[in-house]
Design a protein around this ligand. Structure first.
Ligand SMILES: [Mg+2]
Length: 142
């Protein structure tokens, strides 16, 4: 149980992650949490800096997924913004495995190729670790 709550890495934000090292280690799919990860709090829109980052990561050869427990309708502006860059899975009920597995299948990735990045140990880290995905924990609630 303790091991499943432990991330492989910690970072202060999505902008402080060494994505080149992840790519060199064979990672090709990045799964991001939404709230307090791709934006502060519960973002209504995708901020320009986050959009720039996703564009760069796609250019660098990553495929992107966003997995969120949000229950609000997928037509919210932030989901529209994200859908240009990422496959979305909302109402994921993390730490259940199904959202992670669904995104891996849709993004045509093996567990070994994937990274989960999120701010919550009990949902993002625990859920992804249960599937065997490499995990990066951001500062909780940051
Ligand atoms: Mg979050």
């Amino acid at each position: 149980m303790g091991r499943l709550l432990s991330p492989d890495e910690k970072a202060s934000s999505i902008f402080e992650i060494d994505y080149d090292a992840l790519y060199a280690a064979g990672k090709r799919v990045l799964l991001f949490d939404l709230d307090n990860t791709l934006g502060k709090g519960r973002p209504d829109r995708l901020a320009p800096a986050a959009r720039e980052l996703l564009l760069r990561l796609r250019k660098d050869g990553f495929r992107i997924g966003v997995i969120t427990n949000r229950r609000r309708p997928a037509e919210l502006p932030v989901f529209r913004d994200l859908s240009e860059h990422a496959l979305l899975y909302h109402r994921a009920c993390k730490p259940l495995k199904r959202g992670f597995l669904s995104l891996l299948e849709k993004l045509d990735a093996s567990v070994d190729q994937a990274v989960m990045i999120g701010d919550r140990r009990l949902t993002d880290v625990f859920g992804a670790n249960r599937v065997g995905i490499y995990t990066i924990l951001l500062r909780e609630g940051a």
